[in-house]
Design a protein around this ligand. Structure first.
Ligand code: NAD
Ligand code: DAU
Length: 355
């Protein structure tokens, strides 16, 4: 039975990955969810699996060496999948320190623990893998042409992407220096259920449902390459099981959208579903642009498709409908996650106004 240590498993993508693992492997695996439960971590996302005997939750910080080493002592870990991170670019602009701490130092603690446990005098234990869940943002920004490939040099431009790029460098260093079996995945923007409503899609859905303004940064013509979260989870599973150690894989679905187009699609979908005509483009408010705002991200996923046979399975039309419906059906979830810290954050961000 393989044992997965999933860090950040209470967040958006980590919780989808855990639900996916149980749907796919059932009782044949064990999953340990190691999460500090920051504002972004929510155990409600794991209600459907929490009573399973082959699931264990540990509330702890990946920077806490004792706690991390403790898990490696008490469990025979085969896979580490490191989702734990501070993940929001705007927060990183306001306060970079937590990003450096969790995203860089936390990754280093996990790497040390895996190295300490997996690499013995007799050699590296069989079948172990450390997956670092990284991001396309490490590549910086594109003009109107071209795609990020695995050969594109890192050129991060926000404290968030700089911290993720730094972690990637450490992961590579542990592969070359110590022979730790690692892979890095770099995915484009994810969307789907359970994403904290500070990110574009759930923020716009939540605000529109509450008839609040829809804050579009700058001209709204920045481009993001959107992937349904379950397609990302499938890709990570494939990399963990099939990839050669040391390889990096870009993950994306050739689904580029300008932000303003995305906001219009959300308005249209919501208006059709709610039959509420007051959800209209009049809610759109162009606000001050994000400093250092990356103009365009676009992934070339040729390597993961060619080597591992991965392709996205969810069309944008299907994915966005499922996503909007999920947030409409889960207004309690939205209310619960937005009741505290989130409001303080927006008070600081927008000088007293909640958008
Ligand atoms: P998220 O913010 O929704 O979740 C992060 C999780 O990590 C939360 O459960 C939080 O409690 C936990 N966490 C934070 N600091 C921790 C610490 N010090 N110790 C233990 N747990 C901690 O993030 P997400 O959107 O699910 O992203 C997950 C990973 O995927 C991140 O590494 C992110 O960089 C990467 N990624 C995200 C996207 C995206 O579009 N969301 C795209 C590509 C890559
Ligand atoms: O590309 C992968 C990255 O995608 C991940 O590594 C990050 O963890 C994840 O947060 C995401 O980063 P972005 O900065 O692209 O996502 P965000 O949802 O914050 O913003 C998407 C775009 O929408 C971006 O161009 C900024 C814009 N935006 C965002 C918000 C929150 C707005 O115009 N208005 C908003 O209110």
């Amino acid at each position: 039975m393989d044992t997965y240590l999933v860090t950040g498993g209470a967040g958006f993508i980590g919780s989808d990955f855990i639900r996916y693992l149980f749907e796919r492997y059932g009782d044949d695996i064990k999953v340990i969810n190691f999460d500090k439960l920051t504002y972004a971590g929510n155990l409600e996302n794991l209600k459907s699996v929490e009573t399973r005997e082959n699931y264990r939750f540990i509330k702890a910080d990946i920077c806490d060496r004792e706690a991390v080493y403790g898990v490696f002592e008490s469990e025979d870990i085969d896979f580490v999948v490191n989702f734990a991170a501070e993940s929001h670019v705007d927060r990183s602009i306001m306060d970079p320190e937590a990003f450096v701490r969790t995203n860089i130092l936390g990754t280093q603690v996990l790497l040390d623990a895996a190295r300490n446990c997996w690499i013995t005098k007799a050699g590296t234990k069989e079948g172990r893998r450390f997956i670092q869940v990284s991001t396309d943002e490490v590549y910086g920004t594109l003009g109107s042409e071209g795609f990020f490939t695995e050969e594109t040099p890192p050129d991060p431009r926000s404290p968030y992407s700089a911290s993720k790029a730094s972690a990637d460098m450490l992961v590579k260093a542990y592969y070359h220096t110590y022979g730790l079996p690692v892979n890095i995945t770099r995915c484009s923007n994810n969307y789907g259920p359970c994403q904290f409503p500070e990110k574009l899609i759930p923020l716009m859905i939540n605000n529109a449902l509450c008839h609040r303004g829809l804050p579009v940064y700058g001209d709204g013509r920045q481009v993001r390459d959107w992937l349904y979260v379950r397609d990302h989870s499938r890709a990570i599973d494939l990399v963990a099981c099939k990839a050669k150690p040391g390889e990096t894989y870009n993950i994306g679905g050739h689904n580029e959208k300008k932000n303003i187009e995305m906001v219009r699609t959300i308005i249209k979908t919501l208006r059709t579903m709610t039959k509420d005509d007051t959800i209209s483009e009049e809610l759109i408010k162009h606000v001050t642009d994000r400093p250092g705002h990356d103009r365009r991200y676009a992934i070339d996923p040729g390597k993961i498709t060619g080597e591992l046979g991965w392709l996205p399975e969810t069309s944008f039309e299907e994915g966005i409908e499922v996503t909007v419906s999920w947030y409409m059906d889960n207004r309690n979830w939205l209310e619960n996650v937005t009741s505290g810290e989130y409001r303080d954050y927006y008070r600081r961000m927008y000088g007293g106004q909640t958008p």
